[in-house]
Design a protein around this ligand. Structure first.
Ligand SMILES: Nc1ncnc2c1ncn2[C@@H]1O[C@H](COP(=O)(O)OP(=O)(O)OP(=O)(O)O)[C@@H](O)[C@H]1O
Ligand SMILES: [Mg+2]
Length: 401
């Protein structure tokens, strides 16, 4: 009888908690835009609804517990009365009367306790059910064999990918080949599926159709952790974690060696920038990368992508917060990675990213519109391409959107 309001209370309390956490994390947006009062109001409303549900559940629970207790006392008194009557009739000894009363008390105690504790049992059953649903939705993975370090050859055939749990693809019909030492610029308007492609290539979002092969093997054949090392991924929104810059670059590997961290930072062109921070590599970052500017965060994110000597770099808008020196450092980093036999994919809006790429993949509305040599694709598909081309080929020239 109390299950519904218990569950409602739990859900509302969790939502209020999530809201607190969300507004704490994004305090700049909340306070900066004057949303503090409405947010507090929403939180208070959720909290009081949760409290109300909780109270009605415990009220009912208390009433039921009291009722069962009263009923037990009534039964016990009844048994005592019946015993007394039988004793008076000479059919029972006084000892048996007391024994009967005690026996009844003992027999009923578990029932009473079960009523009081039933909510706990129910929570356990609900948790068990949720766990079974979760475990059956996520297929068990067997530990794949250790494959040798792949080459930087990436081949994608008729790929369709969707956000986890969705059936309608956000991206489809994408095919291309990426050879070692090559770079592809993935361009297209907002929501055309660039980030979706990056997430599919890193194995984060499921492949609905087609296949992605790294050095001949589908991504599923690689161990997830190993795959994370082979692919240097820079997400569009760079999230750094609470810890030092050094730990963030080393992806929190406790056995990280300084020379590897230095190599990654230098390859990403972030070494000088990190040295200029108050404590250099030991600068402590707060959750979300606080203490750093957007551009600094992006370049440290790039160093993290370069850590562990990945074979394929997947950079989602690596230049969105960079100034011209930052863009030049990025382009140098990409050129060096290509020279070292790595391959690179850059998702970007800005022409400056095209400088380092010989091929262009044009996405539109979640579909592949064109793939081919840079100059040809730009000339055929992009309006006003001469200016784009000029901006692209002037390395690090001032670039505007
Ligand atoms: N987490 C998500 N859950 C569900 N749908 C999503 C999610 N992220 C993106 N989408 C949808 O997928 C489509 C492609 O989005 P995607 O992020 O790949 O675009 P994009 O080309 O990277 O855009 P931008 O240039 O703005 O970064 C969009 O229609 C978007 O609404
Ligand atoms: Mg994107």
């Amino acid at each position: 009888m109390t299950r519904k309001s218990q569950m409602r209370a739990g859900k509302l309390a969790a939502r209020a908690e999530a809201r607190t956490e969300e507004s704490r994390k994004h305090v700049e947006t909340v306070v900066g835009l004057g949303m503090a009062a409405p947010f507090a109001g929403r939180w208070e409303q959720l909290r009081s609804e949760a409290l109300r549900a909780q109270m009605s559940a415990s009220d009912l629970n208390g009433r039921l517990t009291a009722a069962t207790k009263a009923f037990r006392l009534l039964l016990q008194s009844g048994v005592l009365a019946l015993g007394a009557w039988l004793v008076l009739q000479g059919q029972l000894t006084p000892g048996a009367m007391i024994a009967g009363s005690i026996l009844l008390g003992r027999a009923l105690a578990p029932v009473e306790q079960a009523v009081g504790q039933w909510a706990v049992v129910q929570r356990a059953m609900t948790a068990w059910k949720s766990l079974s649903v979760l475990l059956s939705a996520v297929p068990a993975t067997s530990a794949p064999m250790d494959l040798p370090r792949p080459s930087a050859r990436l081949s994608v055939r008729d790929l369709a990918a969707a956000p986890p749990g969705e059936r309608t693809p956000a991206l489809q019909g994408v095919s291309f080949e990426l050879a070692p030492g090559e770079a592809i610029a993935v361009i297209g308007p907002s929501a055309s599926g660039k980030s979706t492609l990056a997430r599919a290539l890193t194995g984060l979002w499921p492949v609905l159709r087609g296949e992605i092969r790294l050095s001949g093997a589908t991504l599923g054949q690689y161990d997830r952790e190993a795959l994370g090392r082979y692919l240097g991924y820079l997400p569009q929104e760079v999230v750094l974690f609470a810890g030092t810059v050094r730990e963030n670059i080393a992806r929190f590997d406790p056995e990280a060696r300084s020379e590897d961290i230095l190599r990654a930072a230098k390859a990403a062109g972030a070494h000088e920038l990190i040295l200029s921070l108050p404590d250099g590599y030991e600068t402590v970052l707060h959750e979300g990368g606080g203490r750093l500017s957007g551009g600094q965060r992006q370049r440290i994110g790039l160093a993290r992508a370069f850590y562990g000597d990945p074979v394929v770099l997947i950079l989602d808008e690596p230049n969105s917060s960079l100034d011209d020196p930052g863009i030049q450092a990025l382009n140098r980093a990409i050129a060096a990675a290509k020279a070292a036999g790595k391959s690179v994919l850059i998702m970007s809006h800005r022409p400056s990213a095209l400088a380092a790429c010989e091929n262009v993949l044009l996405l539109e509305g979640g579909r592949m519109r064109a793939f081919g040599p840079r100059d040809e694709v730009l000339r055929r598909f992009i309006k006003g391409s001469p200016s784009v081309l000029a901006a692209a080929t002037q390395r690090g020239a001032p670039s505007h959107g």
